[in-house]
Write a protein that binds this ligand. Sequence first.
Ligand SMILES: NC(=O)c1ccc[n+]([C@@H]2O[C@H](COP(=O)([O-])OP(=O)(O)OC[C@H]3O[C@@H](n4cnc5c(N)ncnc54)[C@H](OP(=O)(O)O)[C@@H]3O)[C@@H](O)[C@H]2O)c1
Length: 344
Amino acid sequence: MIKASIIGGSGYAGGELARILLSHNQVELAQVTSESHVGEYLYNVHPNLRARTKLQFTTPDQIAPCDVLFIGLPHGEAQKRIETLAQLAPKIVDLSADFRLRDLDTYKKWYEEDHHAPNWVGKFVYGLPELHREEMKTASYISGVGCNATASILALLPLTRANLLDTAKAIIVDIKVGSSEGGNSPSLASHHPERSGSVRSFAPVKHRHAAEVEQELGLENVHLSITSIEMVRGVLATAHCFLKPGTSEKDLWRAYRGAYRDEPFVRIVKDKTGIYRYPEPKILTGSNYADVGFEIDEQIGRAVSLCAIDNLMKGAAGSAVQAMNLMCGFAETQGLEFAGLHPI
Ligand SMILES: NC(=O)c1ccc[n+]([C@@H]2O[C@H](COP(=O)([O-])OP(=O)(O)OC[C@H]3O[C@@H](n4cnc5c(N)ncnc54)[C@H](OP(=O)(O)O)[C@@H]3O)[C@@H](O)[C@H]2O)c1
């Protein structure tokens, strides 16, 4: 058994981390912090955890040394505290965007500020096992993944690996997202009469996760457009791209099967019948699967590649636990076997 603690555990991603870790048979969830709920039981904030734990929230400065520390703070907080937090645990998984980008100029361009811990940037491995599994096994510090970036990368990865993309042409990824992506702080945009039923173009251009996608796939021409829709959890990324002349559907099948045949959490979804012929986030609620599918218009060489995930699972807490499993030498799927729900 190892001891794991969570900083920023009253948030949505922190709540999911707690849920998964409480069922993980090689982990003891030692402490969970919150500055606004100190002394309250976890279940006061995460009601699904009632009777699963007697833990109460503590403050970050009450955290005792542990084996793995998860950081679920808003963007910008981990980089300010990393020197102190790193004293507490030999292994850290940070869920924020603080340590995802390797190049400091790129970080400044997208986040419009200098990095507060530039010496730490190179110490973190980008936590997507489908790309960095071997590095993650020996890493001490892993950066969680962007949820929109994860869906975009997994949609496109088979095409870049098999060198099928016409990279002179832009790749446009249209992404539909649920409301939990925005975290648990209420705002006018999340107020029920404003949010319910909306199809709101949230970031038609310049979404920051494009930087992660380009970094991780070695591309320079990726553009994301984000739309908030009527869903609490879930991301559906639909990537529109052009292929090298002569690329056929058979080539795509080979590329997708080659990339994901041995991946425990990526499923290819491309059926000829039924209503779930392509990836659909709804049935992934609570699960760590990423469902990936594609279609090709051979006449004009256009591919449409799709990836659905639960943003709080494969896009955040699930990925973070997958990262911990790799770092600690546990079975990669431990604690993450939940298949999702249907119907839901
Ligand atoms: N939501 C997603 O889909 C998603 C996906 C991928 C990655 N992430 C990343 O994961 C991290 C957590 O996301 P989340 O959705 O769980 O956010 P959240 O629901 O807003 O929770 C953030 C947590 O940090 C604490 N906090 C808030 N403001 C703070 C501040 N200024 N200083 C210190 N602590 C503060 C809050 O707790 P107290 O005030 O109680 O201490 C809360 O527990 C973020 O960096 C986010 O970018 C989120």
